[in-house]
Design a protein around this ligand. Structure first.
Ligand code: SF4
Length: 346
């Protein structure tokens, strides 16, 4: 298997391509695109997420720090008033107990993104800055380097779910470019609303094989809870209202903002002596395992890997020129690159 042989490696190359060249039709300013991976809802996790952002909004978002704002914090900072007010009088009914709102108010205060003061027994709040409207569009990409008929068939239920729910503005499948045309029969197994791109993981060149339809993110979506088992049984649906969709999209976007796609190193073992980063195109640091002589997956690069060997202590002290040894250095490199993607990131 070569550098780009595994699905995981392919996914990282898709992320890098999206960061540099999204959208396929007419790339917008690179700094307006954020890419993350393995995020979504409880029921559905997307491989790659591309956020098209408003550049001014994104710059304004950076004042709230690099950590994500969860839905409780968003409820507070999005609705905090410009002048002092008792938090229960000014914030909308949360739909969950007020004590969680109070906790979020305290957390926002500790993070320095909200002003608070006591007025007798009451906690009053005032916003520091308006929370900006920074997310324009959210794109979901499913990576399937080897898209054959059975892979397309197995992807179909997830993609049908995505299309029916309409949480992302567009849904795409990315597959490996083979130099040959994708068999038209494959498209029969994919929902017609889903786009298909063929990506060359070496050169990061892409060709669009099928354009997607824009999904109605502002309208009611349909959650497919149970599929029919046979032609006699019925499917079970739920409706997803636009407010839930808007909140969920923003919560996913916030997680993507925090993590980016280079956070893969946090779930791997850069402290293993066989771990290294390689740059196949001269710019992207990809994980590489000296023991396996290939790009390892995030799942196999864990403490339970039979070939795991800790970095020799000497690497962390005098034996390696940079502080903390190579493992720590890889983490620093990737964290710095992740921060560079965000305006004013630090
Ligand atoms: S030997 Fe195992 S733990 Fe070490 S880098 Fe390779 S895959 Fe990761």
């Amino acid at each position: 298997m070569d550098d780009n042989g595994s699905e995981f490696a392919f996914e990282l190359r898709t992320c890098r391509w999206a960061e540099r060249a999204w959208p396929v039709t007419e790339p917008i300013e690179e700094r307006s695109v954020l890419v993350a991976r393995q995020l979504g809802t409880k029921r559905r996790r997307w491989d790659t997420i591309v956020l098209e952002c408003d550049p001014d909004g994104l710059a304004a978002r950076s004042r709230f720090g690099t950590d994500r704002l969860d839905t409780d914090l968003l409820h507070v900072v999005q609705n905090a008033p410009a002048t002092w007010a008792y938090y229960r009088d000014t914030l909308p009914q949360p739909g969950y107990p007020w004590r969680y709102v109070r906790e979020a108010v305290h957390e926002a205060d500790e993070r320095g993104i909200l002003e608070t003061r006591r007025n007798g027994r009451r906690i009053e709040i005032r916003r520091k800055w308006p929370y900006p409207d920074w997310l324009k569009r959210m794109i979901a990409i499913e990576n399937k380097p080897d898209l054959d008929t059975s892979a397309a068939r197995s992807l179909r239920p997830q993609l049908t779910h995505d299309v029916a729910l309409g949480l992302a503005d567009e849904v795409w499948v990315a597959t490996r470019q083979t130099g040959e045309q994708i068999e038209p029969v494959l498209f029969e197994d994919l929902p017609v609303e889903v786009g298909v791109i063929a990506l060359d993981p070496e050169t990061l060149e892409v060709s669009v094989e099928w354009y997607p339809r824009t999904l109605a993110v502002d309208e009611v979506g349909t959650r497919i809870c149970e599929r029919p088992r046979d032609e006699w049984s019925a499917a079970r649906f739920e409706y997803a209202d636009p407010d839930w969709k808007a909140t969920t999209r923003l919560a996913i976007a916030e997680r993507a903002y925090e993590r980016g796609w280079r956070s893969f190193v946090e779930t791997m073992r850069p402290d293993c002596r066989h771990f290294t980063l390689r740059a196949p195109d001269g710019s992207q640091a990809m994980p590489w395992c000296h023991a396996k002589h290939r790009s390892q997956t995030a799942a196999e690069c864990s403490g339970s890997c039979p070939a795991f060997e800790p970095e020799p202590p000497g690497w962390r002290t005098s034996g390696w020129p940079l502080e903390g040894g190579p493992g720590m250095t890889y983490q620093r490199v990737l964290t710095a690159r992740r921060a560079r993607r965000r305006p004013n990131g630090d």
